[in-house]
Design a protein around this ligand. Structure first.
Ligand SMILES: Nc1ncnc2c1ncn2[C@@H]1O[C@H](COP(=O)(O)OP(=O)(O)OP(=O)(O)O)[C@@H](O)[C@H]1O
Ligand SMILES: [Mg+2]
Length: 337
């Protein structure tokens, strides 16, 4: 896909970009001089086109011309691993990622799957992720911690300087945090979609909803008064379960919880925070709990967010910090001599 196509793709997500600007961009692009291709270049392009036609992905969903290249190349690994056979519809398009309903193969154990496709990195306003990155290493596409790599210094420099390579590393790490977190949480029995596979720009996971519609957000549904309290408890169970394993969602609210047939599912984990190593952990946890309490207060459940925070913190963090201090004093002779 050419650079031109990506700029069109970008404009889809940018309602502020006015038509005039877009028209001008197209005009200049059209006038751009096309260098003559050598015979070899044409031949090699034809060979490539033929090769990629062999695994052409089908899609019932009709993406716009500018979405198509990115979408199908992002999903190619899932077609190739025979996990999906079709893209049925776009569930939601957003600033950071778009989610699609896919037809899944029996290999997945599901009839439908959700593909979360991250936007091309050059056009995505990376969420201000510094606060979350603190205290967590970079993850490779294989889910390995890159800080243990022999190239750790070089990689860190590239990320710091935001070179193209560095940005790719950041994006991969961001996506792999989401993917590996889903795996850990799913195994622990948290209410999250089962992760199925990851690619360079996309993750494939269990789809919540049916062939007609994806599960609405908790923020979008009218709860029956009787289910409010149990759902609140279920959200708290998940926050506590995560904290027990030193994880904080970091962007939890009724906008990142799906509701389907009386059950909730937590989604959207790239900014997951390590509660032991991130110095902002308490602030980030407090914000998650507050947002949840605000939502449920509107539904008529009055609970004290500060009390919940303190209880959770004392139960899991204080213990850990005491342990850590004890470990440090054992290791540091100054502390006990
Ligand atoms: N497993 C799923 N099943 C059904 N729908 C899903 C699933 N995962 C995500 N969605 C839908 O896609 C939307 C976007 O997903 P998510 O919250 O993970 O991305 P996001 O980073 O918030 O994207 P953006 O920043 O663009 O809003 C969700 O609000 C939800 O409506
Ligand atoms: Mg979200």
């Amino acid at each position: 896909v050419s650079k031109h196509d990506y700029s069109e793709y970008e404009s889809m997500f940018d309602p502020m970009q006015n038509d005039r600007k877009a028209r001008r961009a197209r005009k200049t692009d059209g006038r751009r001089h096309q260098p003559k291709k050598s015979h070899d270049a044409i031949l090699s392009e034809m060979v490539e086109a033929a090769a990629s036609a062999e695994n052409t992905a089908v899609s019932t969903y009709r993406p716009s011309r500018f979405e198509e290249g990115w979408l199908l190349s992002s999903l190619r690994p899932f077609y190739q691993q025979e996990l999906i056979t079709d893209v049925l519809a776009q569930v939601k398009g957003g600033k950071e990622a778009s989610v699609y309903r896919c037809a899944a193969t029996p290999n997945t154990g599901f009839e439908l799957a959700a593909a979360k496709v991250y936007r091309p990195r050059m056009f995505r306003q990376l969420r201000n992720d510094k606060m979350y990155r603190e205290g967590r290493g970079l993850l490779s596409a294989e889910g390995q911690n890159l800080n243990q790599s022999v190239h750790a210094d070089r990689i860190q420099r590239a990320v710091g300087k935001k070179t193209s390579f560095g940005q790719q590393v950041s994006q991969t790490s961001w996506l792999m945090y989401e993917y590996t977190t889903l795996g850990q949480l799913y195994q622990m029995g948290a209410a999250v979609p089962k992760p199925l596979a990851s690619g360079e720009n996309a993750i494939l996971m269990e789809y919540i909803g049916d062939e007609g519609m994806a599960a609405p957000l908790l923020s979008e549904v009218d709860l029956h008064p009787k289910e409010v309290r149990p759902l609140f408890d279920e959200v708290l169970r998940n926050i506590e379960l995560m904290l027990q394993h030193h994880m904080i969602h970091g962007d939890l609210s009724a906008y990142n919880i799906l509701y389907w047939e009386g059950k909730i599912t937590l989604i959207d984990f790239p900014q997951v925070t390590n509660s032991l190593t991130n110095r902002n952990a308490r602030f980030i946890l407090a914000r998650d709990i507050e947002r949840i309490c605000d939502y449920f207060a509107d539904q008529g459940v009055e609970r004290d967010p500060d009390g919940i925070l303190r209880a959770f913190w004392n139960r899991y963090q204080a213990v850990n910090q005491r342990d850590q201090q004890a470990d440090e004093s054992r290791l540091n002779p100054d502390a006990w001599m």
